[in-house]
Design a protein around this ligand. Structure first.
Ligand SMILES: Nc1ncnc2c1ncn2[C@@H]1O[C@H](COP(=O)(O)OP(=O)(O)OP(=O)(O)O)[C@@H](O)[C@H]1O
Ligand SMILES: [Mg+2]
Length: 534
């Protein structure tokens, strides 16, 4: 059984079960693989890199289940209990001016990943302190946060045990808010497996559950020894381990009722999944000799994790809309927002892929992909881990040390996609990314993109003038009018997923294509008329 985990206190039962040979006793061979976020664990289960994972936080589990991703919760994890030291806390550098939640306004705060437990906790704190969306988010793996604070790359961080203890022990940080003050009984994580593993390996799942429960019982009976086992497996000093805030472990709990309780918690604080884009009454006029109205009164809403295509004839304003969402073009009137926060400047949470890959020619594939991570101050070891994940996803293993000029156009475009994914954006904006590729490569890239989208669950807004491409990819197609661009019609695509190119022969596909070609033709004719009049 391949098991993914995070280096956090939630993984204690895993370390205990390995250390005490409980897995072996249960007849299970277990291989462990360290990951950096709960989201990455879910993706790895979905794509089959691992069969299961511990330390997947509750919020990523809930969001994954809501999106019907093929994972199954199999047992209980721990529960945060009030103790002298919080399990999860917002910390700032000791002696800094940031002393309480309200001081976070305008500051850079690290979370472990969007929609993870650290993100949700911060949202709850911000909601209580009435801070709205006024903090800047940076995503960083937990083990990197104290380092980033030291290097002043961030102002505060939401850290989880053992990093709360390490930070306090070294007298590096002060706690602004601890989890126990706000969410008195927040369950932290639950072990999960992929649905495939669950249906094919029922015995192994049962054996895992037994070994895991045996380990949680051990932790409750011998907490000091459990702390030392944790230290041994994570490199924590034995002195610090003595102060580690262990969770309250339980076995055989009712999974459904725990999930329901968490849903309620998210609802109470009105927490929605991040990744929603909203454009309202957008108009863009380019000043110049003859003021060009590129976009006029355009509105659109994109749900978290949705794949939307903007389809329209050349010059209708597609790139302008995308560049406005990206923050490169300012609205003349109207507004663009991401998760209810107006976006006026470019930001890493919106990744861009253009027709021509934006790669540094003098950097290798690996260096190109890890560039953004380096800027965030992520250590070499963690960068390599992250790069490995995305190189694998875009199928470029073995090319890590090649330069862009040594790769085909399609491969370069794959590096660009990996580069954007490595920055952990909420939204990926794509402007005719496959426009310059030959037909064969293009189809392969479209299939690859769909796989990646299904795996990582990011919101994608994809611009194209190719009707087939839009139908094949999208959940929803927004057909734009000729310039100035407005949404002429909104067409949902109900072709089942995962999609393969066979769909092009289906009746639904043919019907959609006919309809879209008609709409596009109307607009092309209009655009040509205008040109002739000019
Ligand atoms: N920076 C700019 N300054 C002046 N006019 C611009 C600028 N950018 C775009 N335009 C004009 O705005 C209109 C819309 O352009 P835009 O690039 O958004 O269209 P598009 O739909 O992406 O076209 P294509 O399919 O050819 O890429 C065009 O008439 C274009 O000439
Ligand atoms: Mg364009």
């Amino acid at each position: 059984m391949n098991l993914g985990y995070l280096k956090v206190v939630d993984s204690t039962p895993l370390f205990v079960a390995v250390d005490k040979s409980y897995f072996g006793d249960a007849g299970l061979h277990v291989d462990l693989k360290e990951f950096t976020t709960g989201n990455a664990l879910i993706s790895a289960m979905v794509n089959g890199t691992i069969s299961g994972a511990t330390s997947v936080g509750m919020p990523p589990i809930l969001f994954a289940l809501e999106k019907k991703q093929p994972i199954k919760v199999i047992a209980d994890g721990g529960e945060v209990v009030a103790s002298s030291r919080p399990y999860l806390a917002i910390v700032a550098k000791r002696g800094s001016r940031i002393r309480e939640a309200k001081d976070l306004v305008g500051k850079k705060v690290a979370i472990n990943g969007y929609n993870t437990i650290s993100d949700i906790f911060l949202q709850v704190v911000c909601s209580n302190a009435k801070l709205g969306n006024m903090v800047q988010l940076v995503t960083l793996p937990f083990p990197q946060m104290l380092n980033a604070l030291r290097g002043k790359l961030i102002d505060a961080a939401v850290v989880i045990e053992p990093y709360v203890t390490i930070g306090l022990k070294n007298e590096e940080v002060d706690i602004l808010v601890g989890s126990e003050q706000l969410v008195p009984s927040l369950r932290t994580s639950m072990p999960c497996v992929s649905e495939r593993y669950h249906s094919q390996e029922q015995d192994s799942v049962e054996n895992f559950r037994q070994a895991y429960n045996r380990a949680t019982e051990f932790i409750m009976s011998f907490p000091q020894e459990a702390r030392q086992i944790f230290a041994k497996h994570t490199g924590l000093s034995s002195e610090a381990a003595k102060e580690l805030s262990l969770l309250n472990w339980e076995t055989n709990i009712d999974i459904e009722s725990v999930l329901a309780k968490h849903k309620e918690l998210l609802a109470t604080y009105n927490i929605k999944e991040r990744g929603r884009v909203s454009v309202e009454n957008l108009s863009v006029i380019f000043d110049g000799n003859n003021n060009v109205v590129a976009v006029k009164d355009l509105s659109l809403n994109v749900r978290a994790g949705e794949f939307v295509c903007l389809l329209g004839t050349t010059g209708c304003g597609k790139s302008t809309v995308l560049n406005t969402i990206a923050g490169f073009v300012q609205p003349t009137t109207g507004s663009v927002s991401l998760d209810d926060r107006p976006t006026t400047l470019p930001g890493l949470e919106r990744g861009l892929v253009f027709q021509r890959p934006a790669l540094f020619p003098w950097k290798t594939v690996k260096q190109n992909i890890e560039f953004g991570l380096k800027m965030k101050g992520i250590s070499k070891k963690h960068r390599s881990k992250i790069v490995e994940t995305f190189v694998q996803s875009v199928g470029l293993r073995g090319f890590e040390f090649n330069y862009p000029a040594e790769l085909s156009g399609g491969m370069q475009q794959r590096v660009d996609i990996a580069r954007v994914l490595a920055n952990d954006p909420l939204v990926i904006l794509m402007d005719e990314p496959f426009g310059s590729l030959d037909a064969q490569t293009r189809v392969m890239m479209q299939e690859l993109l769909l796989r990646i989208w299904e795996e990582f669950g990011k919101t994608i807004i994809f611009v194209t003038h190719d009707v087939d491409e839009a139908i094949f990819l999208a959940d929803r197609i927004l057909v734009l009018t000729a310039r100035p661009g407005r949404v002429k019609e909104e067409i949902p695509v109900r072709l089942h997923r995962p999609r393969s190119y066979d769909v092009v022969t289906s009746q639904e596909y043919v019907h959609l294509k006919k309809k879209l070609l008609g709409l596009i033709r109307e607009e092309t004719v209009k655009a040509m008329k205008v040109q002739n009049e000019v």
